[in-house]
Ligand binder design. Sequence first.
Ligand SMILES: [Zn+2]
Length: 264
Amino acid sequence: MVRSGQTGLRQDTQGAPEHGESKSKQKPVANRLYQTSTMAALLDAVYDGETTLDELLQHGNFGLGTFNALDGEMIVTDGVARQFRAEGVAAEVPGSLKTPFACVTYFEPEQTVSIDEPLDKAEFEALVDRLVGNPNLFAALRFTGLCEKVDTRTVFCQCHPYPPMLEVVKKQPTLTLNAVQGTMIGFRTPAYMQGINVAGYHVHFLTEDQKRGGHVTEYKVTRGTLEVATISDVDIRLPRTQQFAQANLSPDHLHQAIQEAEGG
Ligand SMILES: [Zn+2]
């Protein structure tokens, strides 16, 4: 009985369709957002995920996130994941490292504009909003150029029992980069997705020399190139961990808490 059903069973369970697809020469789907876990889970101290960097990078070559135990900020540029730890120093990471929250895509810009006058954060975001148009879709953006100022922060490795993120961010190391050349990448999430992701803008920065950066809280761009793409295709992988099962993902004041944790 076991044998008679084995062939079919094996095809289903051993076919490993995900691996098969990712290893094939098929061109990846552009501008599809692949996300692990949710922002609300991170806020509730679900700091350990199941997704390795190797797996994550099969779904995108551009993005951001954090690492298990909240051990630094992540930026993914040109298919390379980097980790910013204390002092915002960047290092390449092994593919075996895991992430509790990350967003990646194969970014293919749909619009490219030159910026040749200084824009503060609000002006820059308004420009992206104008380019993207539809406020109810996600967008990915990349700015490459000179910034008058970039304020970044880096979360640092936490020990069990994990404290809530709002406590962690109060002690976060910050770094201000002045007159710095680099790349700022990230996503704009529609307001109705608050908690699933970070509603509004979430961007990370990497200096041109690829040595420093982090999660961006404030900035002013001087000149450079802005590229944007609209995202309507979203793939969210929810953890099957005990931590996630026990998390409170609809807390009171979710919006305020995320703004405090991810904002300035
Ligand atoms: Zn961030």
